[in-house]
Design a protein around this ligand. Structure first.
Ligand SMILES: [Zn+2]
Length: 358
C-alpha cells in the first residue's frame, strides 16, 4: 500500500491503522515529528467546527532515519538519544479538510536516502518491542532466574521478532522490585510467611534492630521429628535467592526411608552466632532433640562446629556422597603423584558402590 496527496481519513484511528500497515509492508519506521491537536485549534478559532475523531488538525511524519533534530519541549525527558537520524527526506504531511471533518494528505515525499529491507526494519527497537502479555511472561521467567539466552531465543521464536540480549536484560531490570536490599528482601519473605496459615516462624533481630534471619517450621514438622529424632540431615544452599543468603534445610528420615523436612531457616550471613541461635530455636521447639544420635552434614566447618556444641550427645558424620566426591576430586594422578593403575586400585573399591559414576 502507498499514500498519495489528496488521500483523506475520516478519523485519526483510520490514519493510524493505515500507517501501521504502511510501515510493515514498506519496512519503513515512521515517527510523529510535529502535531497540533484540534483542541488547540478550537481555542484559536472558537467558531470553527471540527470532527473530534480526527484529533489533530496538522500532522507531520518522518522516516526514523530522517527529519530535523527533534527537541523535546517537555521537561524531565532524556536528551534525544536516537542513533537513527541520517537526513532521510521521506515526509508525510496531513491537515484538516476545509469542512473540518477529515484529515487530508497535503505533502508526500516517498523517497529514502538509505537501504530499505525487512531485515533492517526488524532490527529497529519498535519491531523488537514485545507486547504487554509477552513482556509479562518474559519477566516471570526472569524472576525465577531462567537462563536469559534461552528466554531471548524462546521469545524470538514465539513472536517472530528479532530480540537482542539487551532487550531481555531491560525487561529483567524493569521487573525487579526496587529498592532491593538484603534486609528488605528478607522482610518481604517474612511478610509472606506471616500470611501463611499454620506456619510457625521465629525472627532473628540483629544489634541494629533489623531482621537478620527467619526460622520456619510447622506442627507437622514437629510431629515428624518427634517420631524420628535419631538421625538428622542438615545442609545449606546458597543459590536459592538472588542475594545468596544461605538457606538451611533440616530433614529426618522416616520409617520408610524417605527424607522429611523438620525445619528450615534463612539468615543474612553465615556467621557462627546466627547458626547457633537457629539451632537453639530448633531445640526449644523440639524437646526430643536430646534423642538425636547422628547428624549428617557436608564438610562445612561452621555447621559442624555449631552442631557439635549445641547437640553434644550426637555423633557428627559427613555424608557418604560428599566424602566420596572429595576422594574422587583429590585422588588424581597429578595431585597424588601416582600412576593411572594405582588410582584405579585406590578408587576401585568405591566404584562398586556406584557413587563414582556421578
Ligand atoms: Zn528513510
Amino acid at each position: 500500500m502507498d499514500f498519495s496527496v489528496g488521500d483523506t481519513f475520516s478519523s485519526y484511528t483510520e490514519l493510524e491503522e493505515k500507517l501501521k500497515s504502511f510501515q510493515s509492508t514498506n519496512y519503513t519506521q515512521l515517527w510523529k515529528r510535529d502535531s497540533r491537536t484540534i483542541a488547540t485549534a478550537c481555542k484559536r478559532k472558537p467558531n470553527r467546527h471540527f470532527n473530534t475523531d480526527i484529533k489533530f488538525y496538522e500532522l507531520r511524519y518522518s522516516c526514523v532515519h530522517g527529519g530535523r533534530k527533534h527537541t523535546s519541549k517537555s521537561e524531565g525527558q532524556r536528551p534525544h538519544q536516537s542513533t537513527f537520524r541520517a537526513d532521510c527526506p521521506f515526509q508525510l504531511k496531513l491537515r484538516y479538510s476545509d469542512d473540518g471533518r477529515r484529515l487530508v494528505i497535503t505533502k508526500y515525499v516517498s523517497e529514502h536516502n538509505h537501504e530499505i529491507s525487512k531485515q533492517l526494519y526488524n532490527l529497529l527497537p519498535a519491531q523488537r518491542r514485545l507486547d504487554h502479555s509477552d513482556k509479562d511472561r518474559a519477566a516471570e521467567k526472569l524472576k525465577v532466574r531462567a537462563n536469559r539466552k534461552m528466554v531471548c531465543q524462546q521469545f524470538s521464536e514465539a513472536t517472530g521478532k528479532t530480540l537482542f540480549m539487551k532487550d531481555i536484560h531491560n525487561i529483567g531490570t524493569a521487573a525487579k522490585p526496587k529498592p532491593s536490599t538484603e534486609v528488605s528482601e528478607l522482610q518481604q519473605i517474612a511478610d509472606y510467611l506471616k500470611s501463611q496459615p499454620g506456619l510457625s516462624t521465629e525472627y532473628l533481630i540483629d544489634k541494629n534492630n533489623s531482621l537478620a534471619g527467619i526460622f520456619i517450621l510447622d506442627a507437622s514438622m514437629q510431629h515428624t521429628f518427634s517420631q524420628f529424632p535419631e538421625l538428622i540431615l542438615a545442609d545449606a544452599t546458597h543459590k536459592i535467592n538472588e542475594l545468596r543468603m544461605p538457606f538451611y534445610l533440616m530433614t529426618t528420615v522416616d520409617g520408610i526411608g524417605e527424607a522429611e523436612i523438620i525445619a528450615s531457616f534463612i539468615v543474612i550471613s553465615e556467621e557462627e552466632h546466627m547458626a547457633h541461635q537457629m539451632i537453639q530455636l530448633f531445640k526449644t521447639k523440639n524437646p526430643k532433640w536430646i534423642d538425636i544420635r547422628v547428624i549428617l552434614t557436608d564438610k562445612d566447618m561452621v555447621e559442624r562446629t555449631v552442631f557439635t556444641e549445641e547437640i553434644p550427645n550426637a555423633n557428627l558424620q559427613i555424608c557418604l556422597y560428599h566424602v566420596l566426591r572429595t576422594f574422587k576430586r583429590e585422588i588424581t594422578t597429578e595431585k597424588m603423584g601416582i600412576t593411572g593403575g594405582q588410582k584405579t586400585t585406590i578408587l576401585g573399591d568405591h566404584s562398586e558402590v556406584g557413587i563414582f559414576k556421578i
